[in-house]
Design a protein around this ligand. Structure first.
Ligand code: GLN
Length: 224
């Protein structure tokens, strides 16, 4: 959604990865880049990327106007990163310390952290390593009934302890990368969830091999 507003951190790559991995399994997919002047398309999975504070506020206003939440209520999946994550919550704070109303699809509040989190983000999702990088000024508190997306191993994510949230078919993380290019297993998990597919056959792509190399490097580092 809105590459001109939410394209700052390269998260548009998540769409490319999803569509390519679906195609390689024989699934016919259409990747739609919906700009701010386009009508909101009807889709199986909506991708929201990271963005700067001002564009993030504008994206919330546009999604509200386009009644985005109706698509989510109708069962569409959402995969959101950073600004996208913050926008889905009840409120978020950007420039200065002003608090803005979010889309309210998830019980999550983002406030301004004392310092910006910039650097590698290493987490685990149900024991599986997820790597990425983060670059944000927010700190997110999720409601008691909301499940975090991942546990933080290195970096901040929401609060130095957990990263993102998973609420029904809304999945969100602070990890850029693009995260689905760095973590192919996660791209496949999104496809399975969004399209109601059974288990997908493994792919022997460069991305899959690089993921294994990264995990080995992390293991070696923690053993040293
Ligand atoms: N503008 C938000 C922040 O700084 C989100 C940044 C991002 O998407 N990387 O917290």
């Amino acid at each position: 959604m809105y590459p001109e507003l939410l394209g700052t951190y390269g998260d548009g790559g998540n769409g490319l990865v999803l569509s390519e991995r679906a195609r390689r399994r024989g699934v016919d997919v259409e990747l739609v880049r919906a700009g701010m002047d386009d009508r909101l398309p009807v889709g199986d999975v909506y991708l929201l990327g990271g963005g700067e504070d001002g564009p993030q506020r504008l994206a919330v206003a546009l999604l509200r106007e386009a009644e985005f939440s109706k698509h989510v209520d109708d069962g569409a999946m959402v995969f959101a990163v950073c600004a996208g994550l913050q926008m889905l919550g009840t409120s978020f704070s950007v420039q200065g310390d002003d608090q803005y109303v979010g889309l309210g699809l998830v019980d999550a509040v983002t406030t301004r952290a004392p310092a910006r989190a910039v650097g590698d983000l290493v987490t685990t999702v149900e024991g599986i390593t997820m790597v990425g990088f983060e670059n944000h000024g927010g700190e997110t508190t999720i409601g008691a009934g909301v499940k975090p997306f991942a546990s933080v191993v290195h970096g901040r994510g929401n609060d130095g302890r957990v990263d993102g949230f998973r609420s029904g078919r809304i999945w969100a993380t602070y990890a850029h990368g693009p995260v689905l290019a760095l973590n192919p297993w996660l791209a496949d998990a999104v496809l399975v969830e969004a399209l109601g597919l059974g288990e997908l056959a493994p792919l022997d792509s460069v991305a899959d091999r690089l993921y294994e190399t990264r995990c080995q490097a992390l293991m070696k580092r923690s053993a040293d």
